[in-house]
Write a protein that binds this ligand. Structure first.
Ligand SMILES: [Zn+2]
Length: 126
């Protein structure tokens, strides 16, 4: 019995020493596989989230896309207006550039309301 105990003790010691090295390696493997599985889980959740969002807000997604298109068009329009402001004023209705100080748009005839307020404050005609 004593021999068996000693053999058992030795085996435990050898096992511990080998186990320490294996532990470092397996710790790294464990952590990296944990990281991988977390990243996978994250990806799956992103997909799941997008799917759920699309299922529940499919219509508003379409609206959002349309809104984005409109915004893109508005941005282009604004860019044109800003560029136009260098040489004149932009019509608030059609965005056409009219000579600075004009009361009406040359293109659509819209009253240049931005300057109307200014005019009312400074010069009171009529
Ligand atoms: Zn106009």
């Amino acid at each position: 019995m004593e021999l068996l105990d000693r053999i058992g003790e030795t085996l435990t010691q050898v096992g511990n020493a080998a186990g320490q090295k294996a532990k470092d390696v397996s710790e790294f493997a464990k952590l990296s596989s944990e990281l991988h599985s977390l990243e996978k889980k994250q990806q799956d959740l992103y997909i799941e989230l997008g799917k759920k969002y699309f299922e529940e807000h499919g219509d508003s997604t379409e609206e959002a896309v349309e809104a984005l298109k409109e915004i893109a068009a508005d941005i282009e329009h604004l860019k044109d207006q800003i560029a136009g402001l260098k040489g004149g004023d932009a019509c608030p209705n059609c965005g056409a550039v009219v000579p600075k100080g004009s009361k009406f748009c040359n293109a659509c005839g819209t009253k240049m309301s931005i300057f109307e307020e200014e005019d009312e404050e400074t010069t009171e005609e009529e």
